[in-house]
Design a protein around this ligand. Structure first.
Ligand SMILES: *Cc1c(COP(=O)(O)O)cnc(C)c1O
Length: 389
């Protein structure tokens, strides 16, 4: 595995200043590991919103589709249309808001839209009628997140959506707000959410409604509540092989492998004499004659500026070099005074790897006051994506 990664380094080494390496075999491995942990009959809905958490939405979805994944979720209609236009044929659920006026395109692109509230369902039904189409929907139920969805207590509202002429209800789902937490009060809250979801679906069934597909779990929903028997698991972060936070222990301990690495090259090595400063605001003051390496990557590439002034470090040939001074939009500097073996052209690992290393996505995210989900989805705006096997 490492050998192949090195090959990719060589291939890009002399032309790319910085790049995202996307390990496709790890992505396939994670999808298989999640599918194996799911009950029989439950399908993996790969959450590929925000460019597949910065991994490249089309790249990730295509690879997953090749391995047999048939369900995808995006946050927006634009993301979903982009998948369709790039040949993804599996079902696609839009988790977020889409203007009801787009009913015709929802139907034309064969997309499923989340019903984010009762009034929204009415508007979408009306717009679909005007366009002469039927729109496939999943009804979102709010069981405590209090973000999107029809309140779990409002059975009649959910029931009325089933009666709408121009909406075809293909699913009902809810989203858990603290499934990653093992605190007793959060577990109680999650169990309450699950119970209120099933109370609603039970009540609908009693009214004679034939239940569509049901789903509750995202990554931590599966990892901490694997006993649930749903029709889908909507997995995002676990699919990309990392935890949201370094300390997130889970009931189910799957061996997941990080898919993304952010790498860059040492393009300059320069001395900074004792007493000299580096960078904007002169935030770094050399307390000794120092040797610093310049990496042509910065917050404009998604690497958080919060890691300035020693809060972040990068791995160069086994040496962990602290970031010095303020991270710029397009460059940053690290102190390599003690690592004489580092040469221009060497590769630096900024994010990636597994275990307890301080370069893992959860560790880098935590150092910058974020969760890995947010860190990863900032990637990719400007960085070339290099798939490796
Ligand atoms: C983003 C999202 C997911 C995926 O969450 P992960 O924690 O990354 O697995 C699942 N469901 C909904 C509704 C989401 O918005």
């Amino acid at each position: 595995m490492i050998g192949k990664t090195e090959q990719a380094d060589k291939r890009t080494h002399f032309t790319e200043r910085a790049w995202l390496e996307i390990n496709l075999s790890n992505l396939r491995h994670n999808a298989k590991a999640l599918q194996k942990a799911m009950p029989e009959g439950c399908a993996l809905m790969a959450v590929v919103k925000c460019d597949a958490y910065g991994h490249g939405g089309v790249l990730a979805a295509k690879e997953l589709e090749r391995t047999g994944v048939r369900s995808f979720a995006t946050a927006t209609m634009e993301e979903a249309v982009r998948l369709r236009e790039n040949g993804i044929t599996g079902e696609i659920l839009i988790l977020g808001y889409t203007d009801a006026g787009r009913a015709r395109d929802l139907c034309g692109y064969n997309l499923m839209q989340s019903v984010i509230g009762y009034e929204y369902a009415r508007l979408l039904d009306e717009a679909a009628a005007c366009a002469g189409v039927s729109v496939q929907v999943h009804i979102k139920i709010d069981t405590g997140m209090h973000r999107l969805g029809i309140s779990a207590g409002k059975t009649s509202e959910a029931g009325m959506v089933f009666a709408m002429q121009n909406l075809e209800v293909c699913g009902i789902y809810t989203h858990l707000c603290c499934a990653d937490s093992m605190r007793p009060e959060d577990i109680a809250c999650t169990r309450g959410q699950i119970a209120s979801f099933y109370r609603l679906t039970g009540a609908l069934e009693k009214e004679g409604i034939r239940l569509p597909k049901l789903h509750i779990q995202s990554s931590y929903g599966l990892l901490n509540y694997p006993e649930l028997r749903c029709d889908y698991v909507r997995a995002g972060i676990a699919l990309y092989g990392v935890r949201s936070k370094p300390e997130n222990d889970t009931v189910l301990n799957l061996e997941l492998r990080p898919v993304l690495s952010l790498k860059s090259r040492v393009v300059l090595i320069r001395p900074v004499k004792k007493g000299e400063t580096f960078g904007y605001g002169r935030q770094f003051l050399a307390e000794r004659d120092s040797r610093i390496a310049i990496l042509p990557v910065g917050y404009g590439d998604g690497y958080p500026g919060d890691l300035s002034c020693g809060r972040g470090c990068v791995l160069i040939g086994g040496y962990s070099a602290p970031v010095i001074g303020r991270i710029c939009m397009d460059q940053l500097a690290v102190d390599i005074t003690e690592a004489e073996e580092i040469r221009m052209g060497d590769t630096a690992l900024l994010i990636g790897g597994a275990g307890v290393s301080s370069q893992t996505a959860p560790a880098v995210a935590a150092a910058s006051g974020r969760i890995a989900n947010e860190l990863l989805c900032r990637m990719g705006a400007r960085l070339p994506v290099v798939p490796v096997e």
